[in-house]
Design a protein around this ligand. Sequence first.
Ligand code: AMP
Length: 281
Amino acid sequence: MEIFQKVKDVKVYVARLKAAQKKIGFVPTMGALHDGHTSLIHESIRNNDITICSIFINPIQFNNKEDLAKYPKLIKDDIAKLNETECDCLFNPDGNEIYPKPIKTEYDFGHLDKVMEGKYRKGHFNGVAVVVKRLFDIIEPDNSYFGEKDYQQLMIIKHLVKDQELDVNIIPCPIVREVNGLAMSSRNSRLDPLEKVVAPALYAVLKKAKERAGDLTVKELKSFVTKQLGNFKIIRVEYFDIVDMNTLEPVHDWSESKEVIACIAAYVGNIRLIDNIILFS
Ligand code: AMP
């Protein structure tokens, strides 16, 4: 696997691939790779000539300095994991490479960043969009792979691509979970033993919510979830929202939308986790 830290070096590599008319698949990540990330890489390998993965912990998407400081950094393990896949290239730049100049871009996502993560993490999605746009400009991928675990992020990226007329296909990939149902996340490694036992309750309750969605009203379903998770002392729900899958507009009545997703953010101890489940599609 080729490894580049410098923008100019990866650009030379990409130019060579483009000249040879190779189809490039791209998987942007922040590292601490797990099977969720590698599922994206495998999907890219299946559908492209060359797969490039990036690892860059993007400071401007963290609204919480402590979260940034504590974000796991495991580059040696990550390289070993990537070497176990057929990933062709790792781009692992530092901050000066990605942001040589001050960042002034302010994107308008309309309603998409006013709810859920956008509401609780000010500036987060602008930071995500800035780094993804910069990475797309460098890598010029044909296809880029994003997990449905970060469902709102996926919608933001699709919006960015349309709005900026970027020439890349965004490919959504299903959520990969632990055997106990917990959605894989780089943050899971920060859960203590008790939190690890409790955290799978998030998905267990989402699954129950899906089963009950037909019988209960939206309001009843929301209070069902809040009550169920309220039984766990160390879980604090930040939001549990039921929204249209395309617009992320809140759904108040099941008749308002045919494609409905329930999204949750909750603290398990001090660790903030997100997850979601499609209720109707
Ligand atoms: P991150 O390193 O957290 O920025 O994630 C990089 C990419 O991996 C994003 O597109 C995420 O949505 C995706 N991803 C993270 N966790 C999972 C998971 N459990 N299943 C599927 N995709 C995931």
